[in-house]
Write a protein that binds this ligand. Structure first.
Ligand SMILES: [Zn+2]
Length: 123
């Protein structure tokens, strides 16, 4: 009986350790955020970039609009009424430091992470 309890404790520890690794892995994956600038000013910060369900919102600038979507750590412009449509054609951004720019609307989407902010604070 005592032997069984000992094994149960060991098994429990292993399960907890695995759960911890999975949790930590997801946590570290979810640290990226996105900053959206309009005309050089911070317009919005997205902290839940790692969400599994598709999110989208519309940014109204004085030059036009951009519809921004994000899901699973990726962000992109799905629709815009700018002349060149460059922002819509951009590849989905997901890595820290990546940017999506809509020059006609003076809109910038920048991926930031915890490490990136530390670097930024030093410089
Ligand atoms: Zn654009």
């Amino acid at each position: 009986m005592k032997k069984n309890v000992k094994w149960a404790v060991i098994f429990g520890c292993v399960v907890l350790l695995c759960a911890g690794v999975i949790f930590f892995g997801q946590f570290s994956h979810g640290t990226t955020s996105a900053e959206i600038y309009v005309d050089g000013r911070l317009y919005k910060v997205i902290y839940d970039l790692g969400r599994q369900d598709l999110q989208s919102f519309r940014v109204e600038t004085e030059h036009g609009y951009n519809v921004i979507c994000y899901k699973s750590g990726k962000i992109w412009v799905s629709e815009a009424d700018c002349a060149n449509q460059t922002c819509v054609k951009y590849a989905k951004a997901s890595l820290v430091g990546e940017t999506i720019v809509c020059a006609p609307h003076k809109l910038v989407i920048k991926i930031v992470g915890t490490d990136y902010k530390k670097v930024d604070a030093v410089t």
